[in-house]
Design a protein around this ligand. Structure first.
Ligand code: ZN
Length: 286
């Protein structure tokens, strides 16, 4: 096991080497922590767009009003133990709960491994942005809105997280602030011009604030990548989604695709950018 671990670690750019038991414990902890965050995201996803408090009252079954006990609130496990049904009225509980808990756990684990194995630098801000992306994507997908609560919080948190870099903290703080203004400004300009030119909404204000938020965490290259990757994903997937939902509406809910673009940048942005630059250099030499 130890040799396998060593080979894996060296093969992947010689990231941090740690004893397997420690790495395993850390991985389990990160996954569990992520799924707890996912459980909290479920509360946010339901309550924030409806203008309800995320602190109180405690969760209850929307059908019979049964208060959810602590035992029924354990991420992933409770849903499985209850077989996706309310313990009181036996009405089905949406599989969305377990899906978001598992997804958040898995993405937290991948993010942790990404820096642990030396694929990318450790960036604490990513662990703040990730849950926000999930909330924005799900709310935009379901209700067609990206609540300001996520994006305003994200802009502030992103600028503050920039202070956590090991050196040049003030520079990165100012840069992050600059990126919020630039990304938000350009997106706002695009939204206004689009509305004038096409006589309909080209880019929603939720998306504009979403891009300003991504700017705070990912910087300008990250925002540009997010828009490009998100647009490509949207172009590819939108016709399929329309057909699946039998929806004739031409309006594209951009949030989920933008979130996908931002996720791609977080996990592989460095490598994709390096590949692209190497490709440019190779062409330039010819
Ligand atoms: Zn119930």
């Amino acid at each position: 096991m130890e040799t396998v671990w060593k080979i894996f670690s060296v093969a992947n750019g010689g990231g941090l080497y740690a004893p397997p038991v420690f790495s395993l414990c850390m991985s389990v902890f990160v996954f569990l922590f992520g799924s707890c965050i996912g459980s909290f995201l479920n509360v946010c996803i339901w309550r924030i767009p409806r203008g309800e408090s995320i602190v109180s009252p405690p969760s209850r079954c929307p059908k019979c009003g049964h208060w959810i006990t602590a035992l029924e609130n354990i991420p992933i496990v409770s849903w499985l133990a209850l077989r996706g049904k309310c313990s009181s009225c036996k009405e089905p509980i949406s599989p969305r709960y377990i899906i978001i808990e598992t997804l958040t756990g898995v993405l937290f684990l991948l993010l942790f491994w990404n820096s642990f194995f030396g694929f990318q630098l450790f960036r604490p801000g990513y662990f703040v942005l990730l849950p926000l992306l999930i909330c924005c994507a799900v709310n935009d997908c379901e209700l067609g809105i990206i609540p300001n609560e996520y994006t305003y919080f994200g802009m502030g948190a992103g600028i503050l997280c920039a202070l956590l870099v090991p050196y040049g903290a003030w520079f990165s703080f100012l840069y992050s602030f600059f990126c919020v203004l630039t990304a938000g400004g350009v997106a706002a300009l695009f939204a206004m011009l689009g509305k004038k030119l096409f006589k309909r909404e080209a880019l929603g204000w939720g998306d504009v604030k979403f891009l300003a938020m991504t700017g705070a965490f990912l910087g300008l290259p990250g925002v540009i990548f997010t828009v490009l990757a998100g647009s490509l994903a949207g172009l590819a997937a939108h016709p399929l989604v329309c057909r699946l939902k039998k929806r004739k509406s031409r309006t594209l809910r951009f949030g989920p695709y933008l979130a996908f673009g931002a996720l791609l940048w977080m996990f592989a942005g460095d490598r994709l950018l390096r590949m692209y630059l190497e490709l440019c250099a190779a062409f330039a030499q010819k």
